[in-house]
Every structure is written in structure tokens, then in C-alpha cells.
Design a protein around this ligand. Structure first.
Ligand code: ADP
Ligand code: MG
Length: 698
């Protein structure tokens, strides 16, 4: 691909501003641009023109259908295709796209979970156009669809999706941060502040041949059996290694498809684990970035398919090696192009910078439970706390330089000395922070952004960013309330920083997050270690969450309860599906293969002893094999029994806890027996590809 064709391809499948310009008059275009930028209402006539322009473009691109594209409460994205074509009176077809169809869609929402927000008799849900994320064309093997990003709400306006709350959280952080920065300088030209994100997407790539041979991968996205091979990632020889030909051509095609969708990869490389890779897009507005991350995941999967590969987005497809995360790089940008998380050049800017960093640190501490909850899924539970994934204790890492600045500000000093320190600190121009990587930190300050490393690779980043936005907005709001009437802004800023840091610096930690010492230390600081999802999800329905989200009109109590219920139920469903898949693989494949080997050993022993040859080795092997076969049988029985009793538990939370404590326990035990046997049974008898078979295909 040369640079010219690259720039021609960029955004080719997006109804972006340059496309709009071509399909609308200058006057229409500038009116629409104003509406989109300022979130205003469309009048009917302009709406018709806009829908006509979009239709003309989409048909020219070869699309015959359009769909409202949204993110329901579980699953990735949803779409229902509607045709542009209608029969005309003369046996022909006409193309129509009524503007009402652009703005609002009615969808039978009964097949989407609502967590009690809708009763079955009011099954309808409405999709409403989110014109801040441009429409785009999605290519299927033989057709193209115009996708219109929408939010999804019930008839009384409750959100049934992940995007509507995200949009509302953007408004909250915009309003509150504007207030704060205007206190520092009300002559600035800033009219809008928005979070920016760049979500690094990790994934595994394996051959379709191997994938098809393993039910666990096909049904659950991860291996439920498999012993660790002798050589995996110990030598780190895969990280940033040469990207093999097959993978390189896959990545090229991914780049190309993403280019058309207006998404530029900033980096792409091998990750530490075998068969693991990463793609990081250029950062941008959080709303668009969230949609784009969904498209990145869809594209990775679709292109892999074309290359006879399978892209695994599961957080922990393989035991004993690194899992996949979605490092959510988050910052705040102004419409004048300023990054509010960059150190300023003047004392005024530096005071503002330190205050905003203080707000973020305080927000992470104050709302750590909610941030932890935003990453809680059955699949991410398998990844957290090990193999380069952050631990389950939330902490933040800001690097020594920045920590040093705060330490200087906070140190016990006389009033007079305090003023001098602040003055010096603010005047000091620090161009570079030592933000060395701390792979074990859930929240790391990197150059000019915070990297939240806890979210899992398969989830939408809508929820964690909604929470991050609102948590920070709330802190900034608290600060703005205090500073709005300040007579001496610098003194008050310093006092505020000192006060907040004294309360919240317990969240700062620069050491090894996996160490036993940190567990102890965190406990003594009063930080929680929330190890599993059923525990973590409760944060959504705590009074603190209800009051935070209702204050900014993000989620009502009912909406929060619905999220809690859906997520809690999903935890149980996923674990149940895994348990059933394991049982089936153990009964149909693994046990028969092991019995076959055991029979062979018995025969061999008989034959040898018939010839008066000692069969000590065979006997020892047989003993080991039989022990594990008995273990498999016993654990199958126990798992069946526990599944039966767990499914009967009515209370959703108690049921999930039983899945966590009972079902997973027997699944682990069953796996252990099978994995022991995998190391004994000859390759030609073992019924599924091993980790080595899968990795060596790399
Ligand atoms: P790492 O070295 O941590 O793996 P990468 O280069 O892979 O980092 O990815 C960094 C990500 O951070 C990219 O997606 C990049 O676009 C994003 N990023 C950079 N600056 C910002 C910012 N100001 N706001 C949000 N994201 C950013
Ligand atoms: Mg990276």
C-alpha cells in the first residue's frame, strides 16, 4: 500500500465531514456541522436533506440495507437490517430512506436483556441516532450495510445500552471541567472539553484447524483443559519479535479495513505470550473511540476468518501464560487542542495541571469500587492478578517525579514556607516525567494520560469510561465549588491539593503489585482487594453509586440495578456453559482416550509378565493413570451434582457465589486430573490438540 492509496482509503467507508461536503450544499453542510458540534436539534427540512445525502452516498458505495447499530447490555453490537428498496408501481424498485428512519428506529427489544427495565408486554425499545459518531459502511462477504450508530432506550427513556450513559458522562465531565478551567482563566477560548481514549487491544491468533478441533475454544473462547508446555513465554522471545509472514499479511488487511473505517493503527506488534498480538489505534474522542474499538474487534475477527485464522478476544484463552487486556489510555482534551493532562509551561497552567491530576487520583481512590466493578466479568476474573495483568487491588502509579512534586507540596511546613514551595513548584518547568512502566499497576500515569490496565480484552470500554468520566467530573465539581469564590486562588489550590492528597494518597503505589507485602500494606491503608466478579459487581448498587450517578443523571437506581442483575446473571451463565463444555469434553473425548490407554497398559503388563519380564514401569504408569481417571470420574459426578443444586438457587447473587465457590472448584479439580493425564498419554491417543500443537502453529 503506498501513501497515496492509504490517504485515499482513509475514511472511505465513513460518512464523515469531507463526504458530507460532497453530498450537501455549502449552506446545508455548515448548518449540519454546527448542529453536530454543538449537539443541537435538527429541523425537519435539514434532516430530510441529510438523510437523502446519506442514502445517495451509501447506495453509491453499494449498500442496499441500513441498520441502527448499538451496544445492548450484553453482547457486542446489535443490528437489524432494513432495506433501502421498495417496490414501485411499475414492477420496479425505488430507493427510499425516510429521515424518520435515520433518527429513530423501533426494535423488538424482548430478545435483549433489560435486567427488569422492561416487562415482556412492553417489549419495544427505541434506537435513536447518535450523530456524534458518524455513520459507516460495513462490508460482509457479499453485501454492504450502512450502519447508523444509535443509543437504545425503553419507551420511558431508560437506557437499555452502554452508549447513552457514556454520552451523558461526557456531558458531566465537560460541564464540570469547563467550570474549573474558567476559574483559572475566563478569557480562554475553550468551549468544549472531552475525554480522549486510545484503547490498546490485545488478542490471540491461532489457526482455524486447531480451533475447530477444540470444543472449549469454539464454545467458550478459552481452553478449559491443557497443561502448560515446557517452553512458552519464559524467554520473552515472542514480544516484538519478527511478525511472521502469515500474521503480517493478516495485520496488513486489518489495517486496510480499519483505514476504510477511519481508524488508524498507531502501533501493532507481537505480545509477550506465544500467538499474542496487540493493536493500538490513534487516540480520539471517547464516544467515537468506543465505537471504533467495537469495530476493531469485529474487524480482527472477520479478517482472521478470511486468513484461515481465528482471533481470540477472550481475556485468558490459555492457562499459565499472559492474558489479554484492553489498556484504556484516558486523557482530557479541549476543543482548542490542549491536553489538560500535560504539564503546563506557566505557573497558572501548572497549578491547573496539578489540580486536575489531584482530582483524578482522588477520584480513583474515592470510586475505586466502581472502577473495579467496571472490569468485573467471569472472563476477566481468569486474567487479573498475575502474568502482567494488574492485581485486583486498585492503586495508581504516577512516577517518581510527579510523586516528588506532591510530596514537596504536602510536607509539613509553616504557612510562609508553603507559599514559597507552591510558587517554586509551579514555576518549575518539568518537561519529562519518569513514568517508567509498572506492569502491575492498574492505573499508571504515562506522559500525558492515565492508562487503566484492568479492563478485559473482550469488553466494551463504554462502561469503564462512563465511570471514570463521572468519578473525575464529581471531584472536579467539588474543587470548582471550593475555588469559585476564592480570593487567593494559588493558596486555595495548594490547600486543596494538600487536603486531597492527605486523604487519597493511600491509593498511590509504586512497588510490585503482586507481592504479599502489597497485599498487607494495602490492607493497612484500608484499600480493598476485591478478587472476584460477584463481589465486585455489588458496587453498582451501593448507595454511594446511586447518589453519584443520579446527581449527574447518568443512571437511575433502577438502571443501576438492571446492570447489576444482568452482569451477575451473565457470570453464572458463562460459568455454567464452561462447566457443561468441560463435562462433555471429559465424558466424550478425554475419558474414553484415557481408558483406552489404561487398557493398553493392562494388556502390556499381562504380556510382559507372561514372558516373566518385570512390568514395573507399566505398573507405575497404570497406577498414575488410574488415579487420575478415578479423579476425573469423581469430579464429573461432583460437578454434575453441584450444577444441579446451583441452578436451583433462586437468588441471583447467591447463585453466582455458588458458581464461583462450588462449580469453579470442581472444574479446576477436573482440569487438574485431565492435565496430569495429558502429560502421560501418548500423543496419538490424546484426543485434543495440546498447547504446544497450538503454539507451534504460530
Ligand atoms: P504502550 O507502550 O503502553 O503499549 P502503545 O503505544 O501501544 O503504548 O499505546 C498507547 C495508546 O495510548 C495508543 O492507542 C495512543 O493513541 C494512546 N494515547 C496517546 N496519547 C493519548 C491521549 N492523550 N489520550 C488518550 N490516549 C492516548
Ligand atoms: Mg501497547
Amino acid at each position: 500500500m503506498n501513501s497515496q492509496s492509504t490517504s485515499e482509503l482513509f475514511g472511505k467507508s465513513v460518512f464523515n465531514t469531507s463526504t458530507m461536503r460532497k453530498y450537501l450544499s455549502r449552506d446545508q453542510y455548515s448548518k449540519i456541522k454546527r448542529i453536530i458540534e454543538n449537539n443541537l436539534e435538527f429541523d425537519d427540512e435539514l434532516a430530510k436533506k441529510f438523510a437523502d445525502a446519506m442514502k445517495a452516498w451509501a447506495i453509491e458505495q453499494g449498500a442496499r440495507y441500513y441498520t441502527h447499530w448499538f451496544q445492548p447490555l450484553n453482547g457486542a453490537t446489535a443490528e437489524k437490517h432494513n432495506s433501502f428498496m421498495f417496490p414501485n408501481s411499475e414492477d420496479g424498485v425505488i430507493y427510499e430512506f425516510p429521515h424518520e428512519a435515520l433518527f429513530i428506529g423501533e426494535s423488538d427489544a424482548s430478545s435483549f436483556p433489560s435486567g427488569g427495565l422492561r416487562s415482556t408486554f412492553e417489549a419495544r425499545g427505541y434506537t435513536k441516532w447518535d450523530y456524534t459518531s458518524p455513520a459507516f459502511i460495513k462490508e460482509y462477504k457479499s453485501s454492504k450495510i450502512l450502519c447508523i450508530p444509535t443509543i437504545f432506550v425503553s419507551h420511558n427513556g431508560e437506557s437499555l445500552d452502554k452508549k447513552y450513559p457514556l454520552l451523558k458522562s461526557c456531558k458531566a465531565i465537560n460541564d464540570e471541567t469547563l467550570r474549573l478551567i474558567n476559574i483559572f482563566d475566563n478569557t480562554n477560548n475553550i468551549h468544549k472539553i472531552f475525554p480522549t481514549i486510545g484503547a490498546e487491544q490485545e488478542y490471540f491468533l491461532i489457526t482455524k484447524e486447531m480451533y475447530n478441533k477444540r470444543e472449549d475454544l469454539r464454545i467458550t473462547g478459552r481452553t478449559l483443559f491443557g497443561s502448560e508446555p515446557s517452553k512458552t513465554q519464559q524467554l520473552s522471545d515472542h514480544y516484538l519479535g519478527s511478525i511472521k509472514e502469515k500474521v503480517a499479511s493478516f495485520m496488513d488487511e486489518v489495517d486496510l479495513e480499519l483505514l476504510k473505517l477511519g481508524i488508524l493503527s498507531a502501533t501493532r506488534h507481537n505480545e509477550v505470550a506465544p500467538c499474542q498480538y496487540e493493536l493500538a489505534p490513534y487516540f480520539g474522542d471517547v464516544n467515537l473511540g468506543t465505537d471504533q474499538n467495537q469495530l476493531i474487534m469485529e474487524t480482527l475477527k472477520a479478517v482472521a476468518e478470511k486468513h484461515d485464522l481465528v482471533c481470540l478476544l477472550h481475556e485468558k484463552p490459555f492457562k499459565g501464560i499472559n492474558g489479554s487486556g484492553k489498556h484504556n489510555n484516558w486523557s482530557l482534551s479541549t476543543d482548542t487542542g490542549e491536553n489538560l493532562l500535560s504539564m503546563g509551561k506557566t505557573p497558572k497552567d501548572n497549578a491547573r495541571f496539578l489540580l486536575i491530576i489531584t482530582a483524578i487520583i482522588s477520584a480513583i481512590d474515592e470510586y475505586s469500587d466502581l472502577l473495579r466493578a467496571s472490569t468485573a466479568t467471569a472472563t476477566n476474573d481468569k486474567r487479573l492478578s498475575g502474568f502482567e495483568a494488574p492485581p485486583t487491588i486498585i492503586s495508581a502509579f504516577i512516577g517518581e517525579d510527579l510523586q516528588g512534586i506532591f510530596d514537596t507540596l504536602i510536607k509539613e511546613k509553616s504557612e510562609e514556607e508553603k507559599t514559597i514551595v507552591l510558587g517554586e513548584t509551579l514555576l518549575k518547568s518539568i518537561n519529562k516525567f519518569s513514568t517508567d512502566r509498572n506492569r502491575t499497576s492498574p492505573f499508571a500515569f504515562v506522559d500525558n494520560r492515565f492508562e487503566f490496565r484492568m479492563p478485559g480484552s473482550s469488553t466494551s470500554i463504554a462502561v469503564c469510561n462512563t465511570i471514570l468520566n463521572v468519578a473525575v467530573a464529581d471531584k472536579i465539581s467539588e474543587f470548582a465549588d471550593i475555588l469559585e469564590n476564592s480570593e487567593n486562588i494559588y493558596e486555595d489550590v495548594q490547600n486543596l491539593i494538600i487536603d486531597q492528597m492527605q486523604k487519597h494518597s493511600r491509593i498511590l503505589y509504586h512497588g510490585n503489585g503482586y507481592s504479599k507485602e502489597w497485599e498487607q500494606e494495602a490492607k493497612s491503608r484500608g484499600l480493598k482487594d476485591i478478587k472476584s466478579s460477584p463481589e465486585a459487581l455489588k458496587a453498582f448498587i451501593e448507595p454511594k453509586a446511586i447518589s453519584l450517578f443520579s446527581k449527574y443523571n447518568i443512571y437511575t437506581e433502577k438502571e443501576l440495578k438492571s446492570r447489576y442483575l444482568i452482569k451477575m446473571e451473565k457470570y453464572g451463565y458463562l460459568t455454567d456453559i464452561e462447566a457443561c463444555t468441560m463435562l462433555s469434553m471429559a465424558k466424550i473425548k478425554i475419558l474414553p482416550a484415557c481408558l483406552k490407554f489404561s487398557e493398553k497398559l493392562i494388556d502390556d503388563i499381562a504380556k510382559l509378565e507372561n514372558l516373566s519380564i518385570k512390568a514395573d514401569t507399566e505398573r507405575a504408569l497404570l497406577k498414575e493413570v488410574r488415579k487420575n481417571i478415578d479423579g476425573i470420574y469423581k469430579n464429573i459426578e461432583m460437578l454434575n451434582k453441584k450444577l444441579e443444586s446451583t441452578r436451583k438457587i433462586e437468588d441471583c447473587e447467591k447463585r453466582s457465589i455458588s458458581y464461583r465457590d462450588e462449580i469453579i472448584k470442581y472444574m479446576d479439580a477436573l482440569r487438574k486430573n485431565a492435565d496430569n493425564l495429558e502429560l502421560i498419554i501418548p500423543k496419538n491417543i490424546w484426543p485434543i490438540p495440546t498447547y504446544m500443537d497450538i503454539f507451534l502453529e504460530d
